[in-house]
Ligand binder design. Structure first.
Ligand code: P6P
Length: 340
């Protein structure tokens, strides 16, 4: 048989031995995320059709009529994570508080928690722009045999066991890390199989792309304004190129392949930034560092931030190491901006 790419299932089995203390739960957890992503992908890809036809009238997995796509994605991940007897709790952008997996669903004895933004950038769905799912996995810190607690979710990004994203774009990809580098898998929708298309993904150390919503320019901290002027002046390999899709997963994914920086800073309109620390910034930061990139809030590494609440927002600078460090230099000219 000709050379064929390794499947995600084969890859997970091959790397099972790398998951310390895991008797296969992490592999099963990754496999359940793989399935959920396929289900969401199927729905995302026909969203336009649904919009044209109005309410699809479809029945979703909870037996309710078809809901908004990000709620649908949330239901898919919640349902699969509950019914696979692997996690003790789930936190989601779509849920006000964290969800305790009940004892009858095996929740009290399971050791992993999952935090997720089930469909980031969903406002782009009706204009047919790529969107994504982001997930972050931790070992629980509370004792096995008891219900999950808030502390299990309020862990520093450094403690992540695994993190990843799904990008529903021109092709659907699952990109994740378990602390041994970053690997990207592309879905063959005809077969429902994911193939290792991007092994050992690495950020180019430099880059010429910056991604930021410049419409907020006048509201940015001075350090960000100074960095943008640096990107735009005629010098060496500058001016850089501005590319901003309005979908974090898509901007990040492109920048990881081509080199670049994504910035969502504080502004008078978003005094703590817009992106959520626990289920957007930390997982993306883990992937960035594992791919040789860097992720900061302008002053400190994202994954060193001590979380205080489930949905807290932080400013986010992530991408090629040299570009993030140059932005950090400009931010450090105004140390007071570190107190956001
Ligand atoms: P703005 C999508 O809503 C999101 O969370 C990210 O995916 C995206 O990068 C950002 O917000 C876009 O926000 O304020 O520029 O429209």
């Amino acid at each position: 048989m000709g050379h064929r790419l390794k499947t995600l299932g084969e890859f997970i089995i091959e790397h099972q031995s790398q998951f310390k203390y895991s008797e296969g739960e992490l592999s099963r957890l990754l496999n359940s995320i793989k399935l959920a992503a396929k289900l969401v992908n199927h729905e995302v890809n026909k969203a336009g059709l649904v919009d044209i036809l109005g309410a699809s009238g479809d029945i979703n997995i909870q037996g309710e009529t078809q809901q908004k796509l990000d709620l649908y994605a949330n239901n898919v991940f919640m349902h699969i994570l509950k019914k696979r007897d692997i996690v003790c709790g789930v936190a989601s952008e779509e849920e006000d508080d964290f969800v305790v997996i009940s004892d009858k669903d095996g929740g009290h004895d399971n050791k992993y928690v999952v935090l997720t933004d089930p469909l980031d950038g969903s406002s782009n769905i009706d204009v047919n722009v790529s969107v994504g799912t982001i997930f972050s996995i931790y070992h629980r810190v509370s004792g096995i045999g008891s219900p999950v607690t808030k502390e299990d979710f309020l862990q520093k990004g450094r403690e992540q066991v695994a993190a990843g994203y799904v990008i529903y774009g021109t092709s659907t990809m699952l990109v994740y890390t378990t602390g041994h580098g970053v690997n990207g898998f592309t879905l063959n929708p005809a077969l429902g199989t994911w193939y290792l298309s991007h092994p050992k993904m690495k950020f180019p150390t430099g880059g010429k792309i910056y991604s930021i919503n410049e419409g907020n320019y006048i509201h940015f901290p001075q350090g960000v304004k100074d960095y943008l002027k640096y990107c735009q002046e005629e010098e060496g390999n500058r001016p850089y190129t501005s590319r901003y899709i309005g979908s974090l997963v898509s901007d990040f994914h492109r920048n990881m392949i081509k080199g670049g920086i994504y910035i969502y800073p504080t502004s008078t309109k978003a005094p703590k930034g817009k992106l959520r620390l626990l289920y957007e910034c930390n997982p993306i930061a883990y992937i960035a560092e594992q791919a040789g990139g860097k992720a900061i809030d302008g002053f400190q590494c994202i994954m060193d931030i001590e979380p205080t609440e489930l949905h807290q927002r932080v400013p986010f600078f992530v991408g090629s190491k040299e570009m993030v460090e140059k932005a950090e230099e400009y931010m450090n000219d105004y140390p007071d901006d570190a107190n956001y």
